[in-house]
Design a protein around this ligand. Structure first.
Ligand code: XMP
Ligand code: MG
Length: 178
């Protein structure tokens, strides 16, 4: 599809939202021995690296890849774990980091799986939220920016695997021809 990009959230706005998220997280986990921050690949990799560098205390990182079969722009809820965590989360304080929550299907499946492993606590931080798209109710404790129902790229988010590296978030606008 021929398209252009329109900046929706600037690098400066991203940094402000991250500062706010990190303040809340640092406050909430101040009394905790260690925090395991889990990123869902690949989308979370950029926000994860920016967020953990704002966190205090003993922070550890791990990653998992969950793939959701469906169209390129809508998840189906048929979520498969393609790469699991490298460690046990039993008794750990876990913060799951996502790039975006849309219908909530992916996160609700991953959440159920991780909860079954008996962490001491499990909370979600999602940089973007499309609240009007929610199909499954998921408790997202930390959100960066709520956005309208538009397909966006950049800051970890892709369009056919491209644009993840953009330091800002942009709307994909179809242009003439297709
Ligand atoms: P669900 O619907 O399960 O979807 O909450 C979450 C996943 O859907 C992808 N997603 C997007 N990817 N721009 C993207 O590049 C978007 O606007 C968008 N909305 C949803 C993303 O992979 C996310 O993890
Ligand atoms: Mg994703």
């Amino acid at each position: 599809m021929k398209h252009t990009l329109e900046v929706m959230i600037s690098e400066q706005e991203i940094n402000q939202a991250l500062d706010t998220m990190a303040e809340q997280i640092n406050r909430d986990y101040a009394g905790v021995d260690s925090l395991l921050v889990v990123g869902l690949l690949k989308g979370s990799v950029i926000v994860m690296s920016d967020l953990v560098r704002r966190l205090d205390g003993n922070v550890q990182m791990d990653f998992m890849t969950a793939s959701s079969y469906g169209s390129s722009t809508e998840s189906s809820g048929d979520v498969k774990i393609v790469m699991d965590l490298a460690q046990s989360i039993k008794g750990r304080h876990v913060l799951l980091v996502e790039d975006i929550i849309d219908t909530g299907r992916t996160l609700s499946k991953v959440l159920a799986l991780l909860n079954s492993r008996e962490p001491a606590s499990l909370a979600i931080a999602s940089f973007l939220d499309k609240p009007t798209r929610r199909v499954v109710d998921v408790d997202v404790k930390y959100t960066g920016v709520a956005i309208p129902d538009e397909f966006v790229v950049g800051y970890g988010l892709d369009y056919a695997e491209s644009y993840r590296q953009l330091p800002y978030i942009a709307k994909v606008v179809p242009s003439d021809g297709e």
